[in-house]
Design a protein. Structure first.
Length: 327
């Protein structure tokens, strides 16, 4: 196992280096940081513009290969991911927003997996019964609602609850507002901010896991080895629990592992609706502001998360199915 993991990590490092390099050159080709200054009124002096671009290592008058070598040297030797066109540190921006994304999506992701997979197994075992029909109808309805609409609906519902209660039970923007040192009050304030985006993200995520897990389990329930197990005397629930469920969890576990990158950068809509400065919102901002270094840093972070997910997917698959050998 250790040899396999070490070999995959080495391969992934090469893949990640190539992907980041390509992203840097593509971002440098299509983004125009100079336009951020040229569009100002009054326009700064050209010498001042060039000085600012040189300071951030994004001056289009400097050969791109020279800029790339400088940028790569900074990353390797100082872990410096460069500066944005406004001269702010890209590394500091990502670290601060990473914490916000972790707070926002961790609980929602765990709840989505647990609730979605549990309901998927529950409905698959009760295929075509009223529980299956009702839960599938609700899931299909939620599934077709755009995430932005779902988030706004949650906000309107919370505002109505606050109005009826006559006090602010839920906050609809940000993750924190308490400035004191009392941990109990801080935690209560955090929950009041977190509950709405968590509900919004959990609903959408759980529906996806529910529908896919139901499909995977139904496929396994109709497999020959399950029929053989039942012919040997096992009840349906025993055959599902001992054989079908474990195999049906393999594709679900792999999809969960590959969603690690999306956990951090895929919550753009939720972060925008609830005014949370996370990585997803930052990624959109970097593109809109022609931030070459910021875009490459986010792409690198997403690449690392994706490759970690790929490795975890292989390991989890081998754990769930002993017939799989890692070599």
């Amino acid at each position: 196992m250790l040899r396999y993991v070490a070999k995959r990590i080495a391969n992934y490092c090469v893949m990640l280096f190539v992907a980041i390099t390509m992203t840097y050159f593509l971002a440098s080709a299509f983004m125009d940081p100079r336009s951020n200054y040229m569009s100002r009124n009054p326009r700064p002096p050209m010498d001042s513009i060039n000085h600012a671009l040189d300071n951030a290592n994004i001056n289009d008058q400097t050969p791109v290969i020279t800029r790339y070598v400088r940028w790569l040297t900074g990353v390797v030797t100082r872990w410096d991911w460069g500066k944005a066109p406004d001269q702010s540190s890209v590394g500091d921006a990502i670290v601060s927003r990473m914490g916000a994304s972790l707070q926002l999506v961790t609980l929602a992701t765990v709840l989505s997996i647990v609730i979605g997979v549990s309901i998927g197994v529950y409905t698959a075992i009760r295929q075509y019964k009223w529980q299956d029909r009702v839960l599938n109808s609700i899931a299909t309805f939620i599934f077709v609602i755009p995430p932005a609409v779902l988030a706004v609906a949650v906000v309107f519902f919370a505002i109505e609850v606050n109005t009826v209660a006559g006090s602010r039970l839920f906050y609809v923007t940000g993750l924190h507002s308490y400035q004191g040192e009392n941990f109990g009050l801080w935690f209560l304030d955090f929950l009041q901010h977190l509950i709405l985006p968590t509900i919004s993200m959990t609903l959408g995520g759980a529906v996806g896991y529910h529908l896919t897990q139901r499909t995977y389990l139904l496929d396994e329930m109709n497999a020959d080895y399950v029929r053989t197990a039942r012919a040997k005397g096992l009840t349906l629930n025993q055959a599902i629990r001992r054989h079908a469920l474990r195999n049906s969890l393999i594709p679900t576990a792999q999809s969960v592992a590959f969603s690690i990158a999306g956990v951090f950068t895929g919550a753009t809509v939720t972060e925008s609706v609830f005014a949370i400065n996370g990585l997803g919102r930052y990624f959109v901002t970097t593109i809109g502001q022609n931030d070459i270094n910021g875009t490459v840093a986010i792409a690198a972070f997403s690449g690392v998360c994706t490759l970690v997910g790929a490795l975890l997917a292989d390991i989890v698959a081998a754990w769930l199915d002993p017939r799989i050998r890692l070599n």
